[in-house]
Design a protein around this ligand. Structure first.
Ligand SMILES: Nc1ncnc2c1ncn2[C@@H]1O[C@H](COP(=O)(O)OP(=O)(O)OP(=O)(O)O)[C@@H](O)[C@H]1O
Length: 594
C-alpha cells in the first residue's frame, strides 16, 4: 500500500527525445536477456491476436444456432482452444517479462547501491539520506511495475486498438464510421473533463493539508497561542481555510455530478445510436445478427483500449522520469576505493600544514582556518573546544572524507593525496561517539573491522576491548543478534564493541570521539581501560571530553571557530593566565562536580 502511494506520487514527465534516449539506456541492462524479451513480445502479439479473433468467433457461434448441433459443438471447441491458447500465451508472456525485468532490476539495484556507497561524504552531506533512499526505492519499483505490466499492457492495447478498428471496418464500414465519429469524441471530452476534476480534487487536498498545518502548528505552539491570547486569531485562520475547502469541494462535486451524467448520457446515447443504426442496417439486410454481435464486441474492445491507454501512458511517463533519476545517480562520480595491496605501511607521523576548509554547501564559512600541527608516531592528541569549533571536521579531513580548500595533510612525510583512499583508510580507525551497530550478530559487528580475521582474532580483540566477558554472558555469546531483532546493548557495551572492531583493524592512526553522555562508573572504567589499551602505540586524535584523557595527552589542541587558539601539554596550558584552556578546565571541573 505504502509502495503504491509512493509510486503514485512520482511526477509524470513530458516525454521528449532527450529523456527517452536516456531511458533507453535501460536496454543495456536487458542485453543479456534480449532473446527472452523478444520471445515475450511474440507471446504478447499472440495474446493480442487471439483476443482479436474472439469477437469474430463469438459472432460465428451465434450464426451456428441455425446449423446442426455438431456444428455448434465444433464452434464451441474452437473457442475453447482459442481460450486455452490465449491462457498459455499470456502465461509465458508474463513469466518472460517478469524474468527480463527482474534480471534487469538486479543489475540496476546493484549498480545504484554500488555507486551510492562509494559516493564521497560531500554527496551525503548535501542530501537528506533517508529521502534519497526512499526516492530510489520508489523509482526502482516504478520501473519494475512499468516493465512487468505497464509496457506489455500498453503494447497489447495498441495491438487491440489497431486490430480492433481494422476488424470493425471489415465487419461493417458504415457502422464503423458512425462509431469512430462518436466514441473518440466522447473519449477525448471525458479525458479533458477528468483532468479538470483531478485538478480540482488536488486543489482541495492542498487546502486540506494547509488546514492541517494550521491545526498542527497551533497545537504544537499552544503555549505561545495562549500566552499571546491569540486563540481568536487562530480560530479565524482555521475558519478561512475550512471555508475554502468547502468551496473547492462543492465545485468539485458539481463537476463530478456533471461528469457522471455526461458519461451516462454519452455511453447510453452512443449505444442507442449504434444499435438503432445497426438494427436499421439489419432490417435493410446489410448486416447479419452475428455481424452485429461481432461488431458490438469489437466496439467494447476498442473502447476499453482507448480508455486504458492514458493510464498506461502515464505509467510510462513516470517510469521514464524514474529511469532518468536512477541513471543520474549511476552516472555520479564515486570515490576510488578499489582494494589493492598496501604500498606505504604508515608509522603514524602526521603533519598538518596551513590547513583550511569550508564545506562545499557553505563555501564562505571557514570551518577550519589555517591549522598547523606536527604529530610524532604514537602520540595522543586531545582536541578540545566548544560545540561547532570544527573538531569533527578536522577528524573528517584526516580521514579524507573531504579535501581541504587550502593547505595539506601529510602522513609519514607523504602528501595525503599521494596515498590511495583505500590505503589510508585501511590504516585508520574511528571509534565514534554514538556507536551504531549493524543488525547482525555481535561477531559480525566486530569482524567488520577486518573481514578476513579468524575467530580467535575476533575473540582476542573482544578481550582487549573488555567486551569478551559481557558477550559470553549472553546465551548465544558471539552469535547474539544485536539491534532491532536482538538484544539492545547498553551504551558502554556498544562502545566496547566499537573498540574491539578498531583493535581488530589494528590501525596506525586512531580517531576517537569520546562519548559525552555519562556511563555508570563501572562501565566507564571498562571503556576507559579498553581505550587506553587501544591507543597504546598508535597515533591517536581524541575529540576529548574526559579530563583524564586530556591531561594524559601529549598535545592538547584548543579549537575555536576553526582555529587552534592554544596548543601544548596540560601543564604548559594550565600555566597560561586567562588562557582559554585554563577557563575550559575550570568549567569542566565545575560541571563534573555539579
Ligand atoms: N556537512 C556539513 N555541511 C555544512 N556545514 C557543516 C557540516 N558539518 C558541520 N558543519 C558546520 O561546521 C562547523 C563545525 O562543525 P563540527 O561538527 O566540526 O564542530 P565540532 O567542534 O565537532 O562540534 P560538536 O562538538 O558539537 O560536535 C559548524 O558550524 C557546523 O555547523
Amino acid at each position: 500500500m505504502a509502495k503504491r502511494k509512493k509510486n503514485n506520487d512520482l511526477p509524470k514527465i513530458k516525454l521528449n527525445k532527450s529523456n527517452l534516449k536516456k531511458s533507453l539506456r535501460i536496454f543495456n541492462y536487458i542485453r543479456p536477456h534480449q532473446w527472452k524479451l523478444f520471445i515475450g513480445l511474440i507471446f504478447l502479439a499472440l495474446t493480442g491476436a487471439t483476443a482479436l479473433i474472439f469477437p469474430k468467433l463469438m459472432g460465428d457461434l451465434i450464426e451456428t444456432a441455425e446449423f446442426s448441433s455438431e456444428e455448434i459443438n465444433k464452434m464451441g471447441i474452437v473457442l475453447l482452444i482459442l481460450f486455452t491458447a490465449q491462457a498459455v500465451f499470456s502465461f509465458f508472456r508474463v513469466v518472460l517479462f517478469v524474468n527480463v525485468t527482474e534480471n534487469m532490476l538486479l543489475q540496476i539495484r546493484r549498480a545504484t547501491y554500488e555507486t551510492l556507497v562509494k559516493m564521497p561524504m560531500q554527496f551525503f552531506s548535501s542530501r537528506r539520506v533517508s529521502e534519497l533512499n526512499s526516492r530510489i526505492a520508489a523509482d526502482i519499483s516504478q520501473i519494475q511495475d512499468t516493465f512487468t505490466t505497464g509496457v506489455a499492457e500498453f503494447l497489447r492495447q495498441i495491438i487491440i486498438l489497431i486490430g480492433g478498428i481494422i476488424a470493425l471496418f471489415l465487419t461493417s464500414v458504415e457502422l464503423s464510421l458512425l462509431m469512430l465519429a462518436t466514441i473518440p469524441v466522447f473519449a477525448i471530452v471525458a479525458v479533458i473533463f477528468g483532468k479538470f476534476i483531478r485538478s480540482l480534487s488536488k486543489e482541495a487536498q492542498d487546502e486540506v493539508a494547509q488546514s492541517n498545518i494550521i491545526v498542527g502548528e497551533t497545537l504544537q505552539a499552544i503555549a505561545s497561542v495562549k500566552a499571546f491570547t491569540n486563540e481568536a486569531f487562530e480560530i479565524l485562520r482555521y475558519q478561512k481555510s475550512t471555508t475554502s475547502i468547502k468551496k473547492i469541494a462543492m465545485k468539485g462535486g458539481l463537476a463530478r455530478g456533471a461528469f457522471s451524467s455526461f458519461i451516462i448520457f454519452c455511453v447510453f446515447g452512443a449505444i442507442v445510436l449504434l444499435v438503432w443504426y445497426a438494427v436499421k442496417l439489419q432490417s435493410e439486410g446489410a448486416l447479419t445478427q452475428s455481424e452485429l454481435v461481432t461488431f458490438i464486441l469489437y466496439t467494447i474492445f476498442v473502447g476499453a483500449s482507448i480508455g486504458g491507454l492514458p493510464v498506461q501512458y502515464a505509467q510510462i511517463q513516470k517510469a521514464v522520469g524514474a529511469t532518468e533519476r536512477v541513471f543520474d545517480l549511476i552516472d555520479e562520480q564515486p570515490e576510488n576505493i578499489t582494494p589493492r595491496p598496501i604500498k606505504n605501511q604508515l608509522q603514524g607521523k602526521v603533519e598538518i600544514n596551513n590547513l583550511s576548509f569550508a564545506y562545499p554547501s557553505r563555501p564562505d564559512i571557514q570551518v577550519i582556518n589555517q591549522i598547523n600541527l606536527h604529530v610524532n608516531p604514537g602520540e595522543t592528541i586531545a582536541i578540545v573546544g566548544s560545540s561547532g569549533a570544527g573538531k569533527s571536521t578536522l577528524a573528517s579531513l584526516l580521514n579524507r572524507f573531504y579535501e581541504p580548500t587550502l593547505g595539506e595533510i601529510r602522513f609519514d612525510n607523504l602528501p595525503a593525496t599521494s596515498l590511495s583512499l583505500y590505503e589510508l583508510r585501511r590504516q585508520m580507525a574511528i571509534v565514534p561517539q554514538d556507536v551504531l551497530l549493524f543488525g547482525g550478530s555481535i561477531y559480525e559487528n566486530i569482524v567488520y573491522g577486518k573481514p578476513e580475521a579468524s575467530k580467535n582474532e575476533v575473540i582476542e580483540a573482544a578481550k582487549k576491548a573488555n567486551a569478551d566477558e559481557f558477550i559470553n554472558q549472553f546465551p548465544e555469546a558471539y552469535e547474539t543478534i544485536v539491534g532491532e531483532r536482538g538484544v539492545q546493548l547498553s551504551g558502554g557495551q556498544r562502545q566496547r564493541i566499537a573498540i574491539a572492531r578498531a583493535v581488530l583493524k589494528d590501525p596506525k592512526i586512531l580517531i576517537l570521539d569520546e562519548a559525552t553522555s555519562a556511563l555508570d562508573s563501572q562501565s566507564e572504567k571498562l571503556v576507559q581501560d579498553a581505550l587506553e589499551k587501544l591507543m597504546k602505540g598508535r597515533t591517536s586524535f581524541v575529540i576529548a571530553h574526559r579530563l583524564s584523557t586530556i591531561k594524559n595527552a601529549h598535545q592538547i589542541l584548543v579549537m575555536e571557530e576553526g582555529k587552534i587558539v592554544e596548543k601544548g601539554t596540560h601543564n604548559q596550558l594550565i600555566e597560561k593566565d586567562k588562557g582559554v584552556y585554563k577557563k575550559f578546565i575550570e568549567l569542566q571541573k565545575l560541571s563534573t562536580l555539579s
